[in-house]
Design a binder for this molecule. Structure first.
Ligand SMILES: NC(=O)C1=CN([C@@H]2O[C@H](COP(=O)(O)OP(=O)(O)OC[C@H]3O[C@@H](n4cnc5c(N)ncnc54)[C@H](OP(=O)(O)O)[C@@H]3O)[C@@H](O)[C@H]2O)[C@@H](O)CC1
Ligand SMILES: Nc1ncnc2c1ncn2[C@@H]1O[C@H](COP(=O)(O)OP(=O)(O)O)[C@@H](O)[C@H]1O
Ligand SMILES: [K+]
Length: 528
């Protein structure tokens, strides 16, 4: 199983390298089209069913012509609607079209042929081979008309490479796209298969081997990956015989005022579950009874002044801290954050610890940079709203989600976890920094995680992993995946408090260095 994701440009380079290495482009296209046909048969066969191929002007269309021929040879009734005349096709796509011996329907017959007829046992299957990696502008005109017909008729769609109109680079829809039941792509998946709305529109994803040798990736050096355990599994620490609780890592969670104390409680509990040896909530005296009276394994320490907080961080063998959940958007939070950054080896800044710097983001970033320069591991975990407060220019006009998170990590020097349904984790592109420009897209989080406090749990998990010494990028990516996996084990109706309780099962499953343990959870590594 491969975890790298290739941008359309990187995929093109892989393609060209394979061709330069002696594999004919037409052979790659043949393999791609055959894979599409094979998946159509597997999903909709074995009884032949009427198929309509929508073929575009480039190589994506070429794959469609090959699939059409292979299906027709297997006895499936196939029609082709081509966006351009065959005479206008070039290269491998032209070769593929020239091998088609059936009819090519004029676009004026599209509606007639797409509509289910009385003689159809089932609605026709549409192979969407209009545009793939070469999508250059919004889909409009005839292509949009064809896709609208498919959408209105609600036909089952198999997309070649990506649903036409979805950008392989960022999952955004340019113009229009229709939802596929199945997408067959080649060699490696693309970021657009995993970022919304592309992830939603692509349906089930099959990545077919079309004979491109993996060695072509070496000079390309892909830096985007789907967030899966092999990315960080080796960095998880297991309790060792000689451990005591301080050696496993002391995590401090900043506790806020009584009315929002639940957030820090969730984070503290999750930090313990993630494996911190001990967790202390630091708070003012008015909240002490709340923190002390709840989670028996979590300790509480009253720190009446910022100086007392700093002294505690310096004298209690603190390995990491989580600041922000329910802490309050005020000068006191800023003060605690500055002191924690200045003296701790590892830190998660979430929620209020980010919002409190809305008007002084540059100040926060310069402190983070100074700390990471001396080796501190810092993770920030904004949702889109918090991200917009710290990076208003990037949020307003920062390109794709990937580009935005990358630019944010470069600017602030921390590992950035941009939370959402398709959480993205990015490390800064500093030469020599351990995270050096790496980026992971998470795909395992169920929508039921959109519940109050889920983010506090995530911050606690990340803090617990940092406290055990994990590198920042690995800890952040692992936390996001473990959080999603834990939620997936819970039924609808789950609330934030339930998540940490599933961590033992999830951690047990990912502890081995192979993937076998994951099967025990009841969900495999494929698809999502
Ligand atoms: N890489 C690999 O390893 C392999 C890749 N393979 C396949 O190749 C696909 C990439 O092929 P590709 O580069 O020819 O691009 P493709 O997606 O066909 O689009 C380009 C054409 O569409 C046109 N066009 C674009 N946008 C448009 C719009 N909105 N509205 C109208 N027209 C628009 C554009 O026109 P132009 O911009 O030139 O005017 C051009 O004619 C890839 O997705 C995969 O399926 C396989 O064969 C096996 C190996
Ligand atoms: N639709 C969704 N699908 C999957 N995960 C989601 C979805 N919505 C939110 N999440 C996840 O739930 C958590 C919510 O965090 P956050 O926005 O900070 O909420 P809170 O402050 O209430 O804890 C994040 O980890 C986010 O990635
Ligand atoms: K397509």
């Amino acid at each position: 199983m491969s975890y790298e994701l290739l941008t359309c440009d990187e995929m093109g380079r892989a393609d060209r390298a394979a061709i330069a290495g002696g594999i004919a482009g037409s052979a790659l296209m043949e393999a791609a089209g055959q894979a599409v046909a094979r998946e159509v048969v597997a999903a909709f066969g074995p009884q032949p069913r009427r198929v309509v191929v929508l073929a575009g002007p480039g190589n994506n269309g070429g794959d469609g012509w090959v699939a059409a021929r292979v299906l027709a040879e297997a006895g499936w009734p196939v029609d082709i609607l081509s966006l351009v005349a065959v005479a206008r096709l070039a290269g491998d796509a032209r070769l593929a079209a020239d091998r088609w011996t059936g009819r090519v329907l004029p676009l004026s017959q599209a509606e007639d042929r797409l509509k289910p007829t009385d003689s159809d046992a089932a609605a026709p299957v549409v192979i969407d081979a209009l545009f793939g990696a070469g999508l250059a502008r919004p889909v409009d005109g005839e292509a949009a008309r064809l896709l609208s017909l498919v959408q209105v008729l609600d036909l089952p769609v198999v997309a070649v490479d990506v649903p036409s109109g979805v950008s392989g680079d960022d999952g955004q829809v340019r113009g229009m796209a229709v939802r596929a039941a199945l997408t067959v792509s080649f060699f490696r998946a693309k970021p657009g298969h995993w970022l919304l709305p592309g992830r939603d529109l692509r349906g089930r994803l099959v990545i077919a081997d079309i004979g491109i040798p993996p060695a072509v990736l070496r000079p390309i050096g892909p830096r985007i990956a789907i967030n899966r355990p092999p990315l960080w599994q080796a960095a998880l620490t297991a309790p060792a015989a000689g451990d005591h609780k301080y050696r496993r890592g002391h995590l401090v969670v900043a506790g806020g005022p009584p009315e929002t104390a639940g957030a820090a409680r969730l984070a503290a509990h999750a930090g313990l579950r993630a494996g911190a040896g001990l967790v202390t909530v630091a708070c003012l005296s008015d909240a002490m009874s709340i923190f002390a009276g709840t989670d028996p394994a979590v300790m509480t320490r009253v720190v009446p002044t910022p100086e007392a907080f700093e002294r505690m961080l310096q004298t209690r063998r603190v390995a990491a801290a989580v600041l922000g959940p329910g802490q309050g958007v005020d000068a006191l939070t800023r003060d605690w954050v500055r002191r924690a950054i200045a003296c701790l080896p590892a830190l998660v800044l979430d929620a209020d610890a980010l919002t409190a710097f809305e008007d002084s983001a540059a100040d926060l970033f310069s402190q983070i940079r100074a700390a990471t320069a001396r080796g501190a591991r810092i993770v920030i975990t904004p949702h889109d709203g918090e991200f917009g407060r710290l990076f208003p220019d990037l949020a307003a006009d920062g390109g794709t989600r990937i580009e935005r998170v990358r630019a944010a990590a470069d600017r602030c020097g921390a590992v950035v976890v941009l939370k959402g349904a398709d959480t993205v984790i990015a490390g800064p592109d500093d030469a020599g920094a351990p995270a050096h420009g790496r980026l992971a897209i998470n795909g395992n989080a169920p929508a039921r995680l959109a519940t109050a406090g889920a983010g506090d749990v995530l911050a606690g998990i990340a803090g617990g992993l940092l406290a055990q010494g994990m590198a920042a990028f690995e800890a952040a990516a692992a936390a996001v995946w473990l959080h999603g996996a834990a939620a997936r084990l819970l039924p609808r109706g789950m609330i934030a408090e339930d998540i940490a309780g599933m961590l033992p099962r999830v951690l047990q499953a990912v502890a081995p260095s192979d993937d076998d343990g994951l099967d025990a959870l009841g969900f495999g590594l494929d698809g999502d």
